[in-house]
Design a protein around this ligand. Structure first.
Ligand SMILES: Cc1cc2nc3c(=O)[nH]c(=O)nc-3n(C[C@H](O)[C@H](O)[C@H](O)COP(=O)(O)OP(=O)(O)OC[C@H]3O[C@@H](n4cnc5c(N)ncnc54)[C@H](O)[C@@H]3O)c2cc1C
Length: 383
């Protein structure tokens, strides 16, 4: 793995950093307090090429590669985690359609994602009784003449409120477990596909998390993504890539928190000295930057392998596990450096800690990442 960034990768990183500093960071507290992110900001990100970063230019993507995507995601995550997770899911959906879609599906949907005509994409896998174990899903799709008829429900769907296109999983054969799952493309506003409650959340509050009720939702046969029964494989492959995005995002939140705390430590005077002169504070700063750098390298390794077309399942899970657990630890340390002020809303530390919490939960909990890693290391199916 080349540890030096190319000129293009550095430029993309700087572009995303600049955008995050100017457009995201100043509004992040408001996004949190109003639980609303700006759709015009998402459009601006699409115009900068950030909604189809690993998509060929023929479909409107910026074709910047997975390493650049990871670098950009970390910068956007520093600025506004709610916006970053929207970018993560949108890129994931564009990539799923690129990898498994028919030519008609690709040309119909991917350019609209990349150009920001769809504010975002959405990935509708989880159900109330099927979280870590999607094979337990109850949603069904029955073939009826030239159509599929979907019924069921989905839970915790990021961007449900405003996504233009959804990848939705349902069983076309309910007796064969994971092998009976298929994936479908559903456009926002399709009859019978009803976006429900936006959950009240601890963090990433600007990113809507919706329930979806699917009642007699009729889709044309060509809404099927890939082949019947291929849905579970599609979901797992998408999640492998998605974990690079979430790991990168987590690193961004951790860096934002410890950067802030480091500046604070230099100016906060106690016992007649800046608190940065105390070894205990220095230790927290040193450990935090070191652990975040290690996490970033692990995530970038997964990104590099994906870019080179090498299998990266284990590395993506390692990166996501390490980055999300580390970033949570770092956010708590950074909050500690601010003392009581870390707990006060006027300062961003309590928000960083809340925004970071979900990174060990979505796109596979830390326990599920460990299962994936152990399965890869042991060479057995231990789930
Ligand atoms: C804010 C947010 C956004 C989300 N966005 C999306 C989205 O866009 N699309 C989508 O499809 N889903 C989304 N999710 C769902 C998310 O992926 C699930 O919440 C997650 O996979 C865990 O499922 P669960 O919540 O049902 O927990 P459960 O699966 O019920 O797990 C509960 C606990 O048991 C542990 N556990 C479960 N199985 C095992 C096992 N085999 N071994 C050891 N421990 C185990 C888990 O690690 C966890 O600690 C989102 C969730 C949140 C909170």
């Amino acid at each position: 793995m080349n540890l030096f960034l190319t000129e293009e990768q550095r430029m993309i990183q700087e572009m995303a950093r600049d955008f995050a500093e100017k457009e995201l960071k100043p509004r992040a507290a408001e996004v949190d307090s109003t639980s609303r992110l700006s759709l015009s900001v998402l459009k601006a990100m699409a115009d900068l090429g950030m909604m189809g970063m690993n998509i060929p230019s023929e479909y409107g993507g910026s074709q910047s590669g997975v390493v650049s995507y990871s670098l950009a995601m970390t910068e956007i995550g520093k600025g506004c985690p709610s916006t970053a997770v929207t970018m993560a899911v949108t890129n994931m959906v564009a990539e799923v359609i690129a990898a498994f879609g028919s030519e008609e599906q690709r040309t119909q949907h991917i350019p609209r994602i990349c150009r920001g005509e769809y504010p975002s994409g959405a990935f509708a896998l989880t159900e109330s009784t099927a979280g870590s174990d999607p094979s337990a899903m109850k949603s069904e799709a029955k073939r009826w003449g030239d159509e599929y008829v979907l019924k069921g429900s989905k839970t915790f769907i990021t961007s449900g409120d405003f996504a233009g296109i959804f990848v939705v999983w349902a069983k076309t054969d309910k007796d064969t477990g994971a092998r009976g799952i298929s994936a479908f493309l559903v456009e926002q506003g399709t009859t019978g596909f009803k976006i429900g409650r936006n959950e009240e959340k601890m963090g990433q509050r600007g990113s809507p998390t919706n329930e979806i009720a699917i009642e007699d939702c009729r889709l044309p046969r060509n809404a099927l993504l890939g082949q019947e029964g291929e849905g579970f494989k599609i979901a797992m492959m998408a999640l492998d890539g998605g974990r690079i995005g979430i790991g990168s995002l987590a690193v961004g939140i951790g860096l934002a928190a410890i950067d802030y705390a480091t500046h604070y430590a230099k100016s906060r005077i106690q016992f007649g000295k800046p608190i940065s002169s105390f070894q205990a504070i220095q230790g927290m700063i040193a450990d935090s930057f070191t652990e975040l750098e290690a996490s970033r390298l692990l995530v970038l390794r997964a990104a590099y392998l994906k870019e080179k077309g090498v299998r990266f399942t284990r590395e993506a899970s390692m990166g996501k596990l390490m980055a999300s657990e580390t970033a949570n630890r770092v956010c708590y340390r950074a909050l500690q450096i601010l003392g009581g002020y870390g707990y006060i809303r006027e300062y961003p530390l309590e928000r960083y800690a809340r925004d970071c919490r979900v990174t060990t939960l979505y796109e596979g909990t830390s326990e599920i990442q460990r299962l994936v890693i152990a399965r890869e290391m042991l060479g057995v199916d231990n789930v």
